[in-house]
Design a protein around this ligand. Sequence first.
Ligand SMILES: C[S@@+](CC[C@H](N)C(=O)[O-])C[C@H]1O[C@@H](n2cnc3c(N)ncnc32)[C@H](O)[C@@H]1O
Length: 183
Amino acid sequence: MLAEHIYDPEFKNSSKVLRSILETTGEMQRRSCLDMPCGTGRNIFLLASCFSKVTGLDINKKYLDDIKTYLPVYNAEHKVVTQEMNILQQLPQELDQFDLIVNIHYYNYHLLSGLTASMRPQAFIYIETPGCAGENYKDLPSEGEVQSLFNRMEILMYKESICKSAGLQEKSRSFKALLRKLP
Ligand SMILES: C[S@@+](CC[C@H](N)C(=O)[O-])C[C@H]1O[C@@H](n2cnc3c(N)ncnc32)[C@H](O)[C@@H]1O
């Protein structure tokens, strides 16, 4: 029996914005892509359908084991590499090899600063923060963080929602952004 949240051949559970970016951003090279954190692979199989090689990182070994189980189902055994990693403590080596870095539903300013600093000029990064629901606003970026992350980046797409949270001095925001590092 294939678990529905993992077996999703039409990529209905993948990020809709990521799907649309992959369909429309023609100038993106499709050699190598990094999905961090990759969770149970909601987006990793979609990425494997577009890139020659996809690396998925997550701290949860069970999620990575689930992904490995499903690789043959997607014909992606030779394309996807997973690695158990605490991405707050270390970044993968050779970040400059990736044509696209994907960071969905896991916002951490220092992590993203490290990624944007180390990625290759002309490479792309897609960031989709968690939404404003519940107490998420506490961990979402301020305007200053967004500006700092976008420094030295070409902004190809940006959509934001300002979180309405009582008592917060500086407003936080949820956003989706496709950026390309300037040369
Ligand atoms: C909300 S899920 C998002 C996963 C995936 N990007 C998606 O869109 O489905 C957050 C993921 O972050 C992982 N995670 C949490 N802390 C982490 C850390 N320090 N290092 C690596 N992964 C972490 C969790 O295991 C979980 O899979």
